[in-house]
Design a protein around this ligand. Structure first.
Ligand code: ADP
Ligand code: MG
Length: 364
């Protein structure tokens, strides 16, 4: 049983707060077709995203078979979503560069299965059920809206989830195809809990077992259209189990990445060429700066070496230049250089070079 208790969701945009859901309480049995009916903007998608653990509530609890889903850690949320929930969206959310087979198989791979034969068997079985086995290897973008929605239902069902969440699943379809999709969901509700969000009253009345009316973030009414046939056996309730899954294999990750690259050939080639140009330009600029440094060093070396080294017999410093830095007040300073004491009475300072063998060796 799925229970929603005091669920609240606020969206903050700058200083403005939207109270999308205000204290919502709902109960769903293990199986059946439930509709959440309400006008656009009343909080239907917000509610479904919270039930599907795609978003976190501001307050309240979501309890599934006695497990409080609101208190799960992120990796447990991912496991729960993959194993227990199947999503069907108005705009299908298929990956268009993958085939129908690959789109449906994706949740199996994400669940850790890597045996291709097993995966193929499961996908084939489900494609046959919805009568779309012949489009198995077609790109999902080549299908009609109704076919795309059926493929997305297959994808939602492939891991045999307990709960199927459908957000306006017929919103983009004509009335005949809408009925076909609703029929499929109705059939599924015999074994699953199907929660459909819609603003289509006719569809809700025709197919639902129960309808919750949502308006401005609040449940305003609840109707039971079809009484349950069997009483639920609470003792046999399925417990939520978090079994660690294997990681998706590198082979699958790489094959998806390469497929994605190949599907956007022009874009991939242009960005690869642009990156190459960028790298070449960077290398060129570095080479140029380095070349200039080497060249200027070479020029200074050649220029300096052609000039004679002038070593005068003595140097003269005038009074103003020499006195201040040569005469130090400390007798034994810590400085590295030590200057002789020069008499301040003289106007000039004479410093004689002492030409020794070592001195000429040093110059050489
Ligand atoms: P419905 O699906 O019934 O059309 P939504 O659940 O999408 O309604 O939205 C309910 C309210 O919450 C709307 O007023 C909408 O503008 C607001 N809302 C929905 N999502 C966001 C968001 N991510 N940030 C801010 N406001 C949001
Ligand atoms: Mg919506």
């Amino acid at each position: 049983m799925l229970e929603i208790v005091d669920l609240k969701k606020d969206y903050k945009t700058g200083n403005y707060v939207t109270h999308a859901l205000k204290k919502v309480d709902l109960k769903f049995k293990d199986k059946g077709f439930y509709s959440i009916l309400g006008p656009s903007g009343c909080g239907k998608s917000t509610l479904l995203n919270l039930i599907g653990l795609l978003d976190t509530p501001t307050d309240g609890k979501i309890i599934f078979n006695e497990t409080n889903l609101s208190s799960l850690k992120q990796d447990e949320i991912d496991l729960f979503r993959n194993k227990y929930i199947g999503f069907v969206f108005q705009s299908y959310h298929l990956i268009h560069n993958l085939t129908c087979f690959e789109n449906i198989a994706l949740p199996i791979y994400l669940g850790g299965e890597s045996d291709k034969a097993k995966v193929e068997e499961r996908v084939d079985e489900i494609l046959k059920k919805v009568g779309l086995f012949d489009v198995k290897d077609k790109k999902s973008s080549d299908l009609s809206g109704g076919q795309m929605q059926r493929i997305s239902i297959c994808r939602a069902l492939i891991n045999s989830p307990k709960i199927i969440l459908a957000d306006e699943p017929t919103g983009a379809l004509d009335s005949k195809t809408s009925l076909e999709i609703a029929e499929i969901l109705k059939k599924l509700s015999e074994d699953h809990l199907v929660i459909m969000v819609t603003h289509n009253k006719d569809l809700a009345y025709k197919y639902s077992d129960e309808i919750y009316y949502l308006n401005d973030g609040e449940i305003t009414d609840h109707k039971i259209l079809k009484e349950e046939v069997e009483k639920e056996d609470n003792k046999n309730q399925l417990r939520v189990v978090f079994k660690r899954r294997k990681l998706v294999s590198d082979k699958i990750v790489w094959s998806l990445a390469i497929k994605n690259l190949l599907s956007k050939k022009a874009k991939s080639i242009i960005s690869a060429v642009a990156n190459c140009f960028g790298l070449v330009a960077l290398g060129f600029i570095l080479a140029l700066t380095n070349g200039f440094t080497v060249y200027s060093d070479m020029v200074s070396y050649e220029t300096a070496s052609s000039l004679p080294i002038n070593v005068p017999a003595y140097t003269i410093k005038t009074d103003s230049e020499s006195r201040e830095d040569i005469n130090q007040s400390t007798e034994f300073p810590d400085d590295e250089a030590i200057f002789p004491y020069v008499s301040t009475s003289s106007e000039y300072t004479y410093t004689y070079n002492n030409y020794t063998e070592e001195y000429f060796d040093l110059l050489d």
